[in-house]
Design a protein around this ligand. Structure first.
Ligand SMILES: C[S@@+](CC[C@H](N)C(=O)[O-])C[C@H]1O[C@@H](n2cnc3c(N)ncnc32)[C@H](O)[C@@H]1O
Length: 211
C-alpha cells in the first residue's frame, strides 16, 4: 500500500534520520538480552541505524526500502549497514521469517497502521510461528483517537487515504485480536509518545511476549 509514496519520500530525504523516541524507549527498557532485531517497515532506516550503532544485528525490511546511498551518505554508517545489517526490499507480512535464524525482537514503528487488516493477520501469524520464549514484539501505531482519524477517503474499517494509506488502531479491538496469540507485557495509548513541534499524534505502544 502506498509503495510509490514512500519511495519518493525516502528519495527526497525529508524524514528525520535521528532515532525515534520509541526506539530509544525500547532499547532502554526491553533489549538488554537481545542480539537480533527485525525492523518491520524500516523506512529510511533511522531506527535500524540506531540499533546497529548500539551493537545489534538488524534485518531491515521495507517494500519501499531506499538504496544504501539514500539511507546515508556517511561512510561509517554505510560500513555499519554492510557489515551488520540485512536490507530486504519486500512485503514484511509475507516473508519467510524462519529463514533469518533466531530473531529476538520484532520491531514495528508506525508500520502496522500502514497495512490492511488482512496483511496484519498474516504478519501476526508468521511472527507467532517463529516466536520464542524470550522473543518480544514491539509495536507503535496510530490510534483511532488520533486527530487524523477520519481525514481523507475511507477505504475500509478505520482506514483512510490522504496522500497515503493509514489504518488507525482501536486499542480494545487490538487487545481482543492478540489475546490468544501474544502476552501483553505493556500497553498504553497516549498523545505524548512522539511530539515533534506542534505535531503530537495519539499513539498506542505495545510490548508483547510469548503466551
Ligand atoms: C510510516 S512509515 C514508518 C517508517 C519507519 N518505521 C519509521 O518509524 O520512520 C511506514 C513504512 O512501512 C512501509 N510498508 C508499508 N507496508 C509495507 C509492507 N506490506 N511491507 C513492507 N513495508 C511496508 C512503508 O514503505 C513505510 O516505509
Amino acid at each position: 500500500m502506498s509503495k510509490d509514496y514512500w519511495k519518493e519520500i525516502y528519495k527526497k530525504k525529508v524524514i528525520k534520520t535521528d532515532p525515534s523516541d520509541f526506539a530509544k524507549y525500547c532499547l532502554d527498557n526491553y533489549f538488554s538480552s537481545a542480539k537480533v532485531i527485525i525492523d518491520l517497515g524500516a523506512g529510511n532506516c533511522r531506527d535500524t541505524v540506531f540499533f546497529l550503532k548500539n551493537k545489534f544485528k538488524v534485518i531491515a525490511v521495507d517494500q519501499s526500502l531506499p538504496s544504501l546511498n539514500e539511507i546515508s551518505d556517511k561512510k561509517d554508517i554505510k560500513k555499519l549497514i554492510l557489515s551488520n545489517c540485512k536490507l530486504i526490499k519486500n512485503d514484511f507480512s509475507n516473508i519467510d521469517l524462519r529463514s533469518y535464524g533466531k530473531i529476538d525482537i520484532y520491531y514495528s514503528r508506525w508500520s502496522i497502521h500502514a497495512i490492511s487488516e488482512l496483511k496484519e493477520k498474516q504478519l501476526f501469524k508468521n511472527i507467532q510461528l517463529n516466536f520464542r520464549e524470550d522473543s518480544l514484539f514491539c509495536i507503535e501505531v496510530r490510534s483511532t483517537k488520533d486527530e487524523l482519524f477520519g481525514k481523507g477517503k475511507k477505504l475500509e474499517k478505520n482506514a483512510f487515504y490522504t496522500d497515503h494509506y493509514r489504518r488507525f488502531i482501536d486499542i480494545n479491538e487490538f487487545k481482543e485480536k492478540i489475546k490468544n496469540k501474544f502476552k501483553i507485557i505493556y500497553i498504553e495509548e497516549s498523545n505524548n509518545f512522539s511530539k515533534v513541534g506542534d505535531n503530537n499524534p495519539v499513539l498506542i505502544r505495545a510490548i508483547l511476549g510469548k503466551m
